[in-house]
Design a protein around this ligand. Structure first.
Ligand code: CA
Ligand code: CA
Length: 320
């Protein structure tokens, strides 16, 4: 880190209302197609709403290190015009507590939010396909992050040393989890791995002493030392009809994943489809094994589809 760095560090926490950023707070380059790349921010910080146009040009890229070490930045709202967050764009913004990423962002670049140690909340929109290498590494305060089902690649070390992260759900869209992606996420207790994941990089989950369960929605992915030095009592759960599972996986014992009673269609998710199944059989009687417990809607196998089943659905809503 550059220790002499003072840019936008002076004004901290005085700003209660969001500051609508002024054009003079930015430098940018013309991309030549009516768009521009923000190359630097020199404003006072606080909560910054990045403008969607500068000098008549649409802001599409937050450039390399544009907000690097901007310690005065406490919150940022990135406009929907932005498609790319480049390398280290917000790295080492150590007082940044929240980031709302615009709905057009496709790529979060290398170390995009690396070292944002105060970041407790980040919204990753359903447009992002790549979470870059080191993207959220050392985001020590991040307790929860939702990875949308647009994401196909989680880069190496993307969430390295996110020590406050307690659980993670990798959507079915993700094919590759990079090496050390969740290395030293010491607070991690559970992880759900989507059914599209074919490869997990080496020591992707390592040094997680509190890990209790890892739930795989698909076949056993390839990988080496995935669970290096995690809680030895953690259990790997798999869905019965998937393949590649032995008595252990990555050194951890494997067990068939117990289904939710409210999962009417048996796809290991409790959502609107299960609600529709319940609604379709509502107040049905005579449920038994011959009619598959009223097509799965008699969750508690009581013979009728009623409020007791609805309560089971409510209990497990959006499971797992
Ligand atoms: Ca279901
Ligand atoms: Ca019932």
């Amino acid at each position: 880190m550059r220790s002499t760095f003072t840019r936008c560090a002076a004004v901290l926490s005085f700003l209660i209302l969001p500051l609508v950023a002024q054009a003079e707070d930015y430098t940018w380059t013309n991309n030549g197609d009516g768009t521009c790349t923000i190359t630097d921010y020199t404003g006072p910080g606080g909560i910054v709403i990045i403008p969607d146009t500068l000098g008549g040009l649409t802001v599409t890229v937050i450039g390399n290190r544009a907000f690097f070490e901007c310690t005065g930045l406490t919150g940022v709202i990135i406009p929907d015009s932005v498609t790319t967050i480049n390398d280290e764009a917000f790295a080492c913004c150590e007082n940044l507590t929240f980031a709302t990423i615009g709905k057009s962002v496709i790529t979060i670049g290398y170390s995009g939010f690396h070292g944002c140690a105060s970041l407790t909340s980040v919204t990753i929109p359903n447009s992002v396909t790549t979470i870059g290498v080191w993207a959220f590494a050392f985001c020590n305060s991040l307790t929860h992050v939702t990875i949308p089902d647009s994401v196909t690649t989680i880069g190496s070390r993307a969430f390295y040393h996110c020590i406050s992260l307690t659980d993670i759900k990798i959507p079915d869209s993700v094919a590759t989890i990079g090496s050390e992606a969740f290395y030293y996420c010491t607070g991690l207790t559970s992880a759900i791995i989507g059914n599209g994941v074919t490869t997990i990089g080496s020591i992707a989950f390592a040094y997680s002493p509190n890990l209790v369960g890892v739930y795989f929605r698909g076949d056993a992915p390839g990988g080496v030392d995935i669970f290096y030095n995690v809680n030895a009592n953690a259990i790997v759960y798999y869905i019965p009809w998937t393949s590649g599972w032995g008595p252990t996986y990555g050194g951890l014992p494997t067990v068939v994943w117990p289904p939710s009673p409210a999962d009417a269609n048996g796809n290991y998710e409790v959502d609107i489809y299960d609600f529709a199944a319940l609604a379709g059989q509502w107040l049905q009687t005579g449920c038994d094994e011959y009619n598959d417990w009223c097509q799965g809607a008699d969750f508690n196998h009581s013979g009728t589809v009623d409020v007791a089943d609805l309560l089971l659905l409510a209990d497990d809503w959006l499971w797992p």
